[in-house]
Design a protein around this ligand. Structure first.
Ligand code: PLP
Length: 472
């Protein structure tokens, strides 16, 4: 990986944090607990460069989650800033309906070139949720056009996360997120999680894999193959806690889907654009070419919002031409193919290729995993898992019972608090801490990250011990 060009971000640190916090109370954040909206004291991130961010008081912290698994080439890249500014000056926006624009046209060709197999068609969206939503609507459209309107059921999995719109959220399978909202349950179904860590006592990983593939086949048979439209799956269940399904799982699931004419949607919103060392993980890492891939986040390294779905020629072939019986795919967004977002994506991809960032991830990824796994010796840690530059440390009350620290439901948040004081932002998920740092992270920065995380976990562990919540 080449060194990044020097870039000095404008600085107006420190801010008046108290004033900002008071202003911030008007903002209903994602997953906000409205009971505590008047009292919550968030860290305010005001500036960022490389793998580091600065809070409004001027404290420097390592960006452990890479924003939200999305700041792939790192913060404060001047080349992307220039590309975005140039595009805004040239033409900031025009309608994507009956017209096109150069960055979107160029990016769609580039994505088709990078995508696996025959996924040569691109439908632009505004982010990951709208990508998943659009993929599901495309599948419905396809089956309606092909004269099989009853083929509508979607199979997803527990622990999956697919987004915050009604359809994508309905496909998500995180139990805690389902408590106070309504979801589509008529045609969306969830299989048990393919989490090998929580497989039944005494079962081998191979048998567990076969059992999870059998879950899929049985669900298709139960619903009727003529009624099942698609199976949607993240290659690695990211927000569910970086769950890496057992080896061979994706290939076997694809086989089952092909057998019953069920489409496969790979939700690569997190795994695409380098997190596992490849532009797309489906084929390069898991050996499968799905029918549809959804992407967002790393496509622009989060400099501006953009999402897309990639659709195979095989599907488009069934819809195009004189003999096709269909009409419009009446779906899309004002900002589909937004020229500024597409210009950012093109520059982002150019930088990744030029600076060999994917090669860098393939080189440091194993080191990151090895260092992170050294935390498994801490008594409160049940498992450390991950792949590439995605990792998760899961805390449990007892290593044998594998109980999450239910007495202290928010152990992840405690660890995050201690880590922030030490200079690291953690993404806490109940009893887990997930890590997905910017892809440009170096070995010595990985050492710093893991050292702080170790101390943060140890301090949180000591705290719950002293509070009598854990006696490990
Ligand atoms: N799909 C996956 C796998 C995700 O992790 C996310 C977000 O974290 C989404 C979809 C939704 O993306 P967005 O938040 O950009 O709408």
């Amino acid at each position: 990986m080449k060194a990044r060009p020097p870039h000095t971000p404008p600085s107006n640190l420190p801010f008046d944090t108290e004033r900002l916090r008071a202003q911030d109370r008007h903002w209903i954040h994602p997953w906000e607990n409205l009971k505590t909206i008047d009292t919550i004291e968030r860290t305010i991130i005001a500036q960022a460069e490389g793998i580091y961010v600065y809070d409004s008081d001027g404290n420097k912290l390592i960006d452990g989650p890479g924003g939200m698994w999305c700041v792939n080439i790192g913060h404060g890249n001047g080349e992307i800033a220039d590309a975005v500014a140039e595009q805004i000056r040239r033409m900031s926006y025009f309608s994507p309906w009956s017209l096109s624009n150069p960055p979107a046209a160029e990016l769609s060709e580039k994505l088709a070139e990078l995508a696996p197999g025959d996924l040569n068609h691109v439908f632009f969206t505004t982010g990951g949720s709208t990508a998943v939503d659009s993929a599901l609507r495309f599948v419905m459209y396809l089956n309606n056009c092909l004269g099989r309107p009853e083929k509508k059921h979607i199979i997803s999995r527990q622990d999956a996360y697919h987004g915050g719109t009604y359809l994508s959220a309905s496909c998500s399978g995180k139990v805690r997120d389902k408590i106070h909202l309504d979801f589509e349950t008529g045609f969306i179904h969830h299989l048990p999680s393919p989490n090998p860590y929580r497989r039944p006592e005494g079962m081998s990983v191979e048998d567990f894999c076969d059992a999870k593939v059998a879950d899929l086949e049985n669900k298709i048979l139960e619903l009727g193959a003529d009624k099942v439209a698609a199976f949607i799956a993240e290659p690695i269940l990211a927000s569910g806690g970086v769950i890496v399904p057992p080896p061979g799982y994706h290939a076997k699931c694809l086989e089952v889907c092909r057998k019953y004419d069920v489409l496969t949607i790979a939700d690569e919103v997190v795994t695409a654009f380098g997190r596992l060392g490849h532009f797309f993980a489906s084929e390069a890492v898991f050996g499968v070419v799905p029918d549809i891939i959804t992407v967002a986040k790393g496509i622009t390294s989060a400099y501006v919002p953009l999402g897309a779905i990639l659709i195979s020629d095989r599907l488009i072939e069934q819809l195009r031409g004189e003999q096709a019986e269909n009409g419009y795919f009446a779906s899309g967004f004002t900002y589909s193919g937004h020229p500024v977002a597409c210009a950012a994506a093109l520059k982002n991809i150019e930088i990744m290729e030029r600076d060999k960032i994917l090669e860098h991830v393939r080189e440091v990824g194993p080191y990151f995993q090895e260092r992170l796994r050294s935390l498994a010796e801490i008594p409160v840690v049940g498992e450390v898992r991950g792949m590439g530059l995605m990792g998760c440390v899961e805390c449990v009350i007892g290593r044998d019972s594998k109980d999450p620290l239910v007495l202290d439901y928010e152990i992840g948040a405690r660890i995050d608090r201690h880590c922030q004081a030490l200079g690291l932002i953690v993404r806490p998920l109940i009893n887990m801490c997930v890590m997905s740092p910017p892809l440009i992270i170096t070995r010595s920065q990985i050492d710093d990250l893991v050292a702080i995380l170790r101390t943060g976990i140890e301090r949180a562990m000591e705290e719950v011990r002293q509070e009598g919540l854990w006696d490990g």
